[in-house]
Each structure stands twice: as structure tokens, then as C-alpha cells.
Design a protein around this ligand. Structure first.
Ligand SMILES: Nc1ncnc2c1ncn2[C@@H]1O[C@H](COP(=O)(O)OP(=O)(O)OP(=O)(O)O)[C@@H](O)[C@H]1O
Ligand SMILES: O=C(O)C1=C[C@@H](O)[C@@H](O)[C@H](O)C1
Ligand SMILES: [Mg+2]
Length: 167
């Protein structure tokens, strides 16, 4: 089985994905980290050098054509489900889980973790919250296509493992 964790930046996809993979005894992958391994630089550097459009093409290619094993947990980047046909592709090829949090909760988590996130690295306070509110509103239509929508503030590996095994 393929399990895809989706949601906004700061939703906890990477943090929770590792725990879920351990619980399922599946290998864990993180799309941003994979991009960094393959390009030999950071996501921020890729954005700065090639721009977002090229980043989205690379992100799609790796998501849809990387030689992953049969079973795995993949934490996607925050924007991955919202570009190209990635969301439909993930829904067709595996189980998708949306870790949902409010803009305020996301801002609290992101306030001290902005450096490696090029879209928000220069924002703070009200500007950060406003950016999150606007982007989340635009992205929610994609995120909400997920098979499961769960509360990102209260998510446990055993519960999610149980949810997806019944499908
Ligand atoms: N359950 C949690 N409780 C408190 N803080 C958390 C929790 N999960 C993640 N965090 C913190 O929130 C921040 C973002 O988490 P994480 O990197 O896992 O998010 P992400 O969804 O992978 O973000 P991105 O889309 O940018 O890759 C980190 O500083 C992390 O330590
Ligand atoms: O939400 C986004 O668009 C992004 C989230 C990160 O995971 C990275 O993929 C990148 O910083 C873009
Ligand atoms: Mg992440």
C-alpha cells in the first residue's frame, strides 16, 4: 500500500509521516528531502535558481516516476497536491490523508521554522497569518479531495494505521 500525507506547510507531514511509517513497518520517504537528494541542493536553492514552475515539474516527476518500493509512506511538500494532476494521481495509486490545521495553529508552528521554506521565509506576524489564510483557502479544494481528513493537532499513528487498513 502507498500512503500519502498531505497538508499545508507546518501541518506535521514530515514529523508524523516518520511515526506512521514506523507503525506500519513501511519505508518512509519525504518528497522535499528526495528532491534535495536528487538535485544536491535545498528546496530554497532550487526555487531561487529555477523558479517555482520548474520546481513543480520536478516535484511531479519525482512523485509519479521515482522507483519507490511497493509499500511506503510519503510525506509530500505542502504544495504538491495543488499542482498538475498530483492529487488525482495519489488518490488513484494509494491512500491519502490530509492533516488539517487552522491558519493560526500553522502560523505558530511555522514562526520558528521559516528559513527552509522559501514561500514564507520573509513573512512574520500578521503577514504570515494572512499569507497562510489566503493560500489555505485556495488550496483547500485540493487537500479536501483526500480519502481521510484528520485533525493535525491530535493525530496518532495507531488510529491512522487502523483507518487505512480497513480500506
Ligand atoms: N504534533 C506536533 N506537535 C507540535 N509541533 C509539531 C508537531 N508536528 C510537527 N510539529 C512542528 O511543526 C513544524 C513543522 O512540522 P513538519 O516539518 O513535520 O511539517 P510539514 O508538514 O512537513 O511541513 P512542510 O510542508 O513545510 O514540509 C516543526 O517545527 C515540527 O517540529
Ligand atoms: O507549500 C508549498 O508550496 C511548499 C511546501 C514545502 O514543503 C516545499 O515543497 C516548498 O517550500 C513549497
Ligand atoms: Mg515536510
Amino acid at each position: 500500500m502507498k500512503v500519502f500525507l498531505i497538508g499545508f506547510m507546518g501541518a506535521g507531514k514530515t514529523t508524523f509521516g516518520k511515526k506512521l511509517a514506523k507503525n506500519l513497518n513501511y519505508p518512509f520517504f519525504d518528497l522535499d528531502h528526495l528532491i534535495e537528494e536528487i538535485t544536491g541542493g535545498t528546496v530554497g536553492e532550487y526555487f531561487a535558481t529555477h523558479g517555482e514552475i520548474k520546481f513543480r515539474e520536478l516535484e511531479k516527476d519525482i512523485l509519479q516516476t521515482h522507483p519507490f518500493p511497493e509499500n511506503y509512506v510519503l510525506s509530500t511538500g505542502g504544495g504538491a497536491p495543488c499542482f498538475h494532476d498530483n492529487m488525482d494521481w495519489m488518490n488513484k495509486n494509494g491512500q491519502t490523508i490530509y492533516l488539517q490545521l487552522s491558519p493560526k495553529a500553522l502560523a505558530t508552528r511555522l514562526e520558528n521554522a521559516k528559513e527552509q521554506r522559501p514561500l514564507i521565509k520573509d513573512l512574520k506576524g500578521d503577514d504570515l497569518i494572512k499569507f497562510i489564510e489566503e493560500r489555505l483557502e485556495a488550496r483547500d479544494i485540493h487537500y479536501k479531495k483526500a480519502h481521510f481528513i484528520v485533525d493535525g493537532l491530535n493525530v496518532h499513528p495507531e488510529i491512522i494505521a487502523n483507518l487505512i487498513s480497513k480500506n
